[in-house]
Design a protein around this ligand. Structure first.
Ligand code: SAH
Length: 233
């Protein structure tokens, strides 16, 4: 079985979107990962097929109805492999990081619920054991862009998607550090030279230089990552 994402959205036409091109798109075409997209509106009932309604207790905006979203999630769960998590994108959720992405890539796939309006009725989250995850501390107009970001991050880890798997080991966060700076040709550009050590051919020295750069960058830019890393050692 291939890793399969099941997206629930009011805008199914947004998928695969940017993931239909480049390596992810090729992987999708070749069956290295699977994508199912359901239109939440298909689960709406009544003459008006309403997916949202005004919030109890008053206030601005609309809320997605549990009697629409519940059946949509249940249908996705019925066709998903055992152990597939249900994720709801929400600014209240745990902020996604590479550890979360790696773990998800090892599972059979994910059901991803994309919210719109002010969000969803709380009871759906409780009864369907939904996990809330966030793209970051800002507000999007819908969960779709968060879903695309998470999918991109997961899919590139899957076998048969990324050509050079070595690059997956070395990149930022692989060992809790940000990545070192990169240089390529020409060796002098606008009067600026590439660091001498990188031209030396001395692999051990290069490795040490890169490690030091990674550590300095992380200490400087992401004190939170650096402190967490020190705790883990
Ligand atoms: N009223 C909400 C924001 C709703 S934004 C609040 O104040 O918290 C509409 C939808 O966009 C949400 O239901 C959610 O699915 C999605 N969304 C918005 N910001 C997000 C973020 N940072 N990460 C993931 N999903 C987000």
């Amino acid at each position: 079985m291939v890793w399969t994402a099941h997206i629930l959205s009011l805008f199914p036409e947004m998928f695969p979107g940017p993931l239909g091109v480049s390596l992810a798109g090729k992987g999708l075409e070749e069956g290295a990962w699977g994508l199912k997209v359901s239109d939440i509106r298909d689960f709406a009932k009544g003459r008006h097929r309403a997916v949202d309604d005004s919030p109890f207790g008053g206030g601005a905006g609309m809320v997605m109805r549990p009697d629409v979203l519940g059946p949509a999630i249940d249908t996705a769960l019925a066709s998903a492999e055992e152990g597939t998590r249900v994720i709801y994108f929400s600014p209240r959720g745990r902020v996604m990081d590479q550890a979360f992405v790696r773990k998800l890539a090892d599972e059979p796939g994910a059901i991803m619920v994309c919210g719109r309006f002010e969000g969803v009725d709380e009871r759906v989250l409780e009864t369907r054991n939904v996990e809330e995850v966030s793209l970051g501390d800002f507000i999007l107009s819908g969960g779709e862009v968060a879903a695309l970001a998470l999918l991109d991050a997961v899919v590139r880890l899957l076998p048969g998607v990324t050509g050079n798997r070595e690059s997956l080991e070395e990149e930022s966060f692989a060992d809790g550090l940000l990545e070192y700076p990169h240089y390529t040709r020409p060796p002098v550009w606008e009067g600026r030279s590439v660091p001498e050590v990188l031209l030396s051919g001395h692999h051990e020295k290069i490795r040490e230089w890169r490690q030091r750069q990674s550590e300095e960058l992380t200490k400087d830019r992401r004190r939170d990552l650096w402190d967490r890393r020190k705790r883990n050692f």
